[in-house]
Design a protein. Structure first.
Length: 215
């Protein structure tokens, strides 16, 4: 063969070898890097509060529960006030706030028997101008301890405050609230016998309270 033909054949073989090498190199398998795992805690920490209740428990604590619905309480202010009736107050309101909502006490009314700094409860009734309770409570406590009869009049189930009811023998804060709730729901006590229907008052406790209270 002529030298020119040999040279051309050599060039073709070299080109074919280069092409085969490039094709083999490009067709080799490539290693793929796995994606980084998503940090669940970081996602929860940066995402907004979950409103449908399906979020991670404790990731977005809400405000503490309020005493009444919507962050308000409803109280009944009656007696010797300018605007008696039902009043809505913010949770955490005190007796003084309820008196202001009712227009204040009428002139000449003695408020010494009312604790105006006490925090109110939802559904509570406040009676302004009722006979003061501490003397009756003291005499009642003495009568219960000595076995005698009270020297003053009975405690009114319709006008007594929570503090006055709490001082009766066998009546604590919870039972006093049950008495207030009953008179609020039923429009007051028509007789002392209705005290049997209050939750937490059995026959024995009713027998102890019957001579000490009145409607």
């Amino acid at each position: 063969m002529e030298p020119r033909t040999l040279a051309a054949l050599a060039v073709v073989l070299i080109a074919a070898a280069v092409f085969a090498a490039v094709h083999f190199w490009s067709a080799r398998p490539h290693s793929v890097r796995a994606p980084d795992p998503v940090n669940e805690a970081a996602h929860v920490g940066t995402s907004g509060p979950v409103t449908d209740g399906a979020g991670v428990p404790g990731s977005s604590p809400g405000p503490p529960p309020t005493t009444g619905p919507g962050g308000h309480i409803v109280v009944d202010v009656s007696g010797k006030v300018r605007s008696p009736g039902i009043h809505q107050l913010p949770s955490g309101a005190r007796v003084a706030d309820a008196l202001r909502a009712a227009g204040g006490a009428r002139p000449g009314v003695d408020l010494s028997g009312i604790n105006r700094a006490r925090v109110l409860m939802d559904g509570e009734q406040i009676v302004v101008g009722a006979p003061p309770g501490p003397p009756a409570a003291a005499s009642t406590g003495g009568a219960a301890a000595g076995g005698g009869s009270p020297t003053s009049g009975p405690v009114s189930l319709n006008r007594a405050t929570l503090e006055q009811l709490d001082t009766l023998p066998g009546v604590g804060p919870v039972l006093a609230q049950h008495i207030v709730d009953y008179r609020t729901q039923h429009g007051g006590f028509r007789s002392v016998d209705e005290l049997r229907e209050v939750n937490g008052i059995g026959d024995r406790r009713f027998a102890d309270l019957q001579p000490l209270v009145g409607p």
